[in-house]
Each structure stands twice: as structure tokens, then as C-alpha cells.
Write a protein that binds this ligand. Structure first.
Ligand code: G3I
Length: 369
């Protein structure tokens, strides 16, 4: 291998085919992927993948072409990794971690503690008294952090702990974790994760932080207050994960988002965009204007997000419309039966206007130090 080739592969930049314009869309089919373009500004771009999806060679090639980092969409969650207390099943998570290592991609970990995708035995233990609940949470964080120690850039230690119905004054979500231990479940999980993998960034990850609608105003301020409380107690949280499941029918206000990002950055935290996609249910079926509206919202969001230099990771929640949870999840499906088009590649892994919007946003972003 020549020196140049070694350097390129170390940066996870694939050997690139010459750029060709796609006749229908006017988009480049070859040329650098989003990961390589974002890297020119010191930003990591990548996508959520499933172990089953990367087994498809055409999709695996698209991931290698576009991504510098991946995250398991579902494969590291509690239910698939520990369906029974004494039977860990890490096959799918290991497949995703192995793919990252083979292709020199970075890896995010998603997620240790979340009230969804919980095996029933966990819910039972969480209601068996404080000591059992605490030991269950500590063991989960320790096992996951230790197994993938040194391989995960950032762990989503706790996911979606704020908001929802039946919340108290702090707006903490009513979950089995919170019912068992109050807010201290976060302290327990973060401390165990830090102990088992001291070098990983540890994230609190949440949705509803991006757009200018009243419930998100409340959510932003509740998350900010939670982060302040965690930091004041010395909880080792390093990063806020902003999911960014955008919806075209909701208002977007650059001032609102940039003020929130400045407040979070002011706490000394990193900020990662962890699950970007665009729900296009409110748009008419015609592809061209739908793709244009999705691209436009993506660009407006990313321009504001990337103007904040603490944002150094951008993940989309999937790479191709073929696999998007938006089309798999009944409550998110379009009434007209068409597939949602909220990701950068179409169902045949071709670049879409959203891809172009992301490429331009990365190229325009101020470089990270
Ligand atoms: O794999 C099984 C399959 O064997 C079975 O036949 C099928 C029948 O329902 O279910 C399949 O599992 C589903 C899995 O997605 C894979 O498609 C689960 O039922 C379904 O609950 C699961 O939904 C996932 C959801 O999280 C809950 O874990 C979505 O794919 C995933 O995109 C979504 O991701 C979340 C993030 O983790 C957190 N932020 C919000 C985001 C979107 O909801």
C-alpha cells in the first residue's frame, strides 16, 4: 500500500470515483461523500444502521461512501442485547461494531437507559425496591460500557428522560426509572458508564429541542435545567445529543435554536446532532416539491446548528429512505401510502436534494478547531 493510500484509509475517506451528474436530479453520483465533505470542517457525519441492513453489499457500499461514523439504530438497545437477565445476546451489536472497525468508521453507542425497548424482566426489577433498581441500572451501564470500551466515541447513556404526560415541576418524564429512583437514576448510570469506559463521551440524548412550537419551548428549558442540575452535582455528562426529528409543518426559528445551542455550549458541553431526519407527512405526494421542502428545512436547521462550533457530530437516523423508521412506524406513515423521503439517499441509495443541502451546509460551516 502506498503512503497516500494508507493516509486516506486512516481518515476513512474512500478512494473516490470521478464525479458524474445524475441526469434526473442533477446531483453528483460520484465524488466525495458527506463524511468526507464534513471532515473538511472538522465535523463527523454518519448515520444509524441496522445489522440486517449492512449485510446488503449495496447498502454497505453506500455507508462506506457517505459515512465517517455509524450508530446502531436498534441493535445496542436493552431488549435486543439482554432479552433475559442471564442471556446477553450481543450478536447484532457486535456486527455493527465489527463493521465500523473493518471500515475504520467511528461508532456511537445508542442507548444504555431508555424506557422503550425494555425487556419485561427489567421493568419488574425496577419496581422491586431502590437497591434492586439501582443495581440493575448500574449493571446495564457497566456491561455496555465495558464490552465496547475504547470503541465508542459517544454513548447515549440516558435517552429521553424529560417531558411527556404526568411530569412534575422539573418536567422529568414518568418512567419506571424515575418512579424507582427519582432523578438519581441518571447519576447512577453516568457514573457507572464513566467508570467502565473513562474515554468515551457521555451524552444525555433527547428530542423536541429544535423547532419553534410551544411544547418544544418548554422542553428546551426543562432539558437545560436538567443539564444544569446534573453538572452541579458533578455527574459526568459531556454532551447533549439533539435528536432532530424535524417536521415540515412545525415552525423553525433560527433565533430560538441558536440561543438554545449557545446556552448549552455555555455549560461547557459538546453538542451532537444524533438522529436527524424530516417527517414529510404534511407535504403533498409530488416528489420534486416534497424533496425541495425536506432539503430546505434540513439546510435551515443545519446552518444554525453548525454555526455553533460545539456541534461536531451530525448523524442522520438512517441513510436511505428504504430503511427509515418513519415509513415503518404506523403513527408516522403517510396517509397516501407513499414512502417518507426524509433521509439523504433515496430507496435505491441515490443522492437526493437533502444530500445536496447537507453537503452545502457542511461546506459552509465554520471549521472546528
Ligand atoms: O426486529 C423486529 C422484527 O423481528 C419483528 O418482526 C417486528 C414486528 O414488530 O419488530 C421488529 O422490531 C422493531 C424494530 O423497530 C425494527 O424495525 C420493533 O418492533 C420496533 O419497536 C422498533 O422501533 C424502533 C424504535 O426506536 C423503538 O426501539 C425504531 O426502529 C427506531 O428507529 C426507533 O428509534 C428511536 C431512537 O431509538 C430514540 N429516538 C427516537 C427514535 C425514533 O422513534
Amino acid at each position: 500500500m502506498t503512503k497516500r493510500r494508507v493516509v486516506l484509509s486512516a481518515l476513512a475517506i474512500p478512494m473516490l470515483a470521478p464525479a458524474r451528474a445524475s441526469p434526473e436530479a442533477g446531483l453528483p453520483e460520484g465524488g466525495p461523500g458527506l463524511g468526507a465533505i464534513a471532515a473538511t470542517r472538522g465535523i463527523l457525519y454518519g448515520a444509524a444502521v441496522g445489522a440486517a441492513h449492512i449485510a446488503n453489499p449495496a447498502f454497505a457500499a453506500a455507508v462506506r461512501r457517505e459515512c465517517a461514523i455509524i450508530v446502531g439504530e436498534n441493535d445496542f438497545k436493552w431488549r435486543p442485547t439482554q432479552p433475559q437477565p442471564d442471556q446477553p445476546t450481543f450478536g447484532r451489536a457486535d456486527a455493527v461494531a465489527g463493521f465500523a472497525a473493518e471500515n475504520r468508521l467511528r461508532l456511537r453507542g445508542h442507548t444504555m437507559i431508555w424506557q422503550e425497548s425494555l425487556p419485561p424482566w427489567v421493568t419488574e426489577r425496577l419496581s422491586a425496591g431502590r437497591a434492586v433498581a439501582e443495581a440493575t441500572i448500574r449493571a446495564r451501564a457497566s456491561v455496555m460500557a465495558a464490552r465496547y470500551r475504547g470503541r465508542i466515541m459517544t454513548w447515549d447513556v440516558v435517552n429521553e428522560a424529560v417531558g411527556g404526560d404526568n411530569t412534575g415541576p422539573e418536567m422529568m418524564r414518568d418512567t419506571p426509572f424515575h418512579r424507582a429512583l427519582g432523578e438519581s437514576f441518571l447519576d447512577i448510570a453516568f457514573a457507572a458508564a464513566r467508570e467502565a469506559d473513562p474515554d468515551a463521551r457521555l451524552a444525555y440524548n433527547d428530542f423536541g429541542l429544535e423547532q419553534a412550537v410551544p411544547w418544544q419551548d418548554q422542553h428546551r428549558s426543562a432539558v437545560l435545567r436538567l443539564l444544569e442540575r446534573l453538572l452541579s452535582r458533578g455527574v459526568p455528562v459531556d454532551t447533549l445529543g439533539i435528536q432532530a426529528h424535524l417536521q415540515t409543518e412545525w415552525a423553525f426559528d433560527a433565533t430560538v435554536l441558536s440561543r438554545f445551542l449557545r446556552d448549552v455550549a455555555g455549560l461547557g458541553l459538546h453538542i451532537e446532532i444524533t438522529e436527524l431526519d424530516v417527517d414529510d407527512r404534511a407535504l403533498p405526494a409530488a416528489i420534486e416539491p416534497r424533496d425541495a421542502a425536506v432539503a430546505d428545512l434540513t439546510r435551515r436547521f443545519l446552518d444554525v446548528a453548525l454555526a455553533e462550533r460545539r456541534v461536531d457530530v451530525v448523524m442522520t437516523w438512517g441513510l436511505s429512505d428504504r430503511h427509515s423508521w418513519l415509513s415503518r412506524t404506523p403513527s408516522r406513515q403517510r396517509a397516501d401510502g407513499n414512502r417518507q423521503r426524509g433521509l439523504p439517499l433515496d430507496e435505491e441509495f441515490r443522492r437526493k436534494p437533502m444530500w445536496q443541502a447537507m453537503a452545502e451546509a457542511f461546506r459552509s460551516a465554520p471549521p472546528r478547531g
